[in-house]
Design a protein around this ligand. Structure first.
Ligand code: FO1
Length: 331
């Protein structure tokens, strides 16, 4: 679906930080201008259902249905099913609310009928009346496996059951080699005028997306400005284990590490004002601003600033090529 004035933005997102900026971009853009490509490495089978936390967190945030305290799950949620489930010996460590459960039941029913995850997500998006496109990174199952000092843990076991306490040694995205980029994602990237790397965990949310088929190449080859927003502010992650993991993996807990991690994919980087002094250490143009998103107006403001920063880059594209174009050999 194309927006009236033609601008098309693709956001790569996972987790609560990604969902927040997706909502901000939606508010800042014409209806239909935004496509969100979502991490599915956090997905898992639970209660006999296929749970897709990052897809649901994006859908709920875009629809304004999310729990504002946690960022995930539904606002005004009840947990009657969870209580009954635990009474009959069902697992209760992953808190599935009653409203949220309908999403998992309906998705699992469709998946069992052979409907692709992309089509399932499209149906859920339409049921919420959203104009923003929400695309899983792929239709094949990819599962983030966390290699820790306590052994290999499926993502949700690390993140929720063990509350991110084990020490992270490495990560694998099981199934990524066999997964293919979907036609919908390829088309969105091909026509993108701006690509935004949301302030998600680079290792848990963005890397799984980039690990799928030709994804990294398509992003790299895009002529669109590619802007990453630091998920690290003042030496810590605003939410989740990014800072703790970076320390455990021997990395500097710094936006500079994040920018270097994305390496040659970026044409611009967004630093929080707390980290303005790091500007000189980045090799791409930098926008320094308040990146803390507490409510919809702050999400929309950040999104507007990112889009203006990208537009400057488009206007003076030369200023954004991180390295000068190679000299053409003289004939
Ligand atoms: N995160 C938690 O810390 N505890 C939970 O019980 C929990 C339940 C949950 C249910 C549905 C859903 O969509 C997300 C849920 N999350 C929970 C968040 C989820 O683990 C993470 O948001 C992503 O997987 C990574 O950001």
């Amino acid at each position: 679906m194309q927006a009236s004035n033609g601008v098309r933005v693709v956001a790569l997102a996972g987790g609560v930080g990604g969902a927040k900026l997706a909502a901000g971009l939606q508010a800042a853009l014409p209806a239909g201008a935004l496509t969100v490509v979502v991490n599915t490495g956090d997905d898992f089978e639970h209660w006999g259902l296929t749970i897709c936390p990052d897809i649901d967190t994006v859908l709920y945030n875009l629809a304004g249905l999310h729990n504002p305290e946690t960022g995930w799950g539904r606002a005004g949620e009840t947990f009657a099913a969870l209580e009954s489930m635990s009474r009959i010996g069902g697992e209760e460590w992953f808190r599935l609310g009653d409203r949220d459960l309908a999403t998992h039941l309906r998705r699992s029913e469709w998946l069992r009928q052979g409907v692709t995850l992309t089509e399932v997500t499209e149906r859920l998006r339409r049921s919420l009346g959203l104009a923003t496109a929400v695309l899983p990174m792929c239709d094949q199952p990819v599962r983030t496996l966390v290699h820790t000092d306590e052994g290999d843990l499926p993502f949700q076991h690390y993140f929720v059951r063990r509350r991110c306490e084990p020490c992270v040694l490495d990560l694998s995205y099981v199934g990524a080699d066999a997964a293919q980029i979907t036609p919908a994602v390829a088309a969105a990237l091909a026509r993108a005028d701006v690509i935004v790397f949301c302030p998600s965990n680079p290792y848990l949310s963005i890397d799984p997306i980039l690990s799928i088929g030709a994804m990294r190449d398509l992003v790299q080859r895009s002529r669109a400005p590619k802007i990453a927003v630091s998920p690290i502010v003042g030496g810590r992650a605003l939410k989740g284990p990014a800072a703790k993991m970076m320390l455990e993996m021997g990395l500097d807990v710094s936006p500079v590490t994040v920018a270097a991690h994305y390496a040659d994919l970026l044409t611009g980087f967004v630093l929080d004002a707390n980290d303005a002094a790091l500007r000189e250490r980045l090799c791409v143009p930098v926008l320094v601003t308040d990146t803390i998103m507490t409510d919809l107006p702050s999400k929309a403001r950040l999104a507007q600033e990112i889009l203006a920063f990208a537009a400057d880059g488009v206007a003076n594209h030369r200023a954004y090529s991180p390295k000068p174009a190679p000299l053409r050999p003289q004939p």
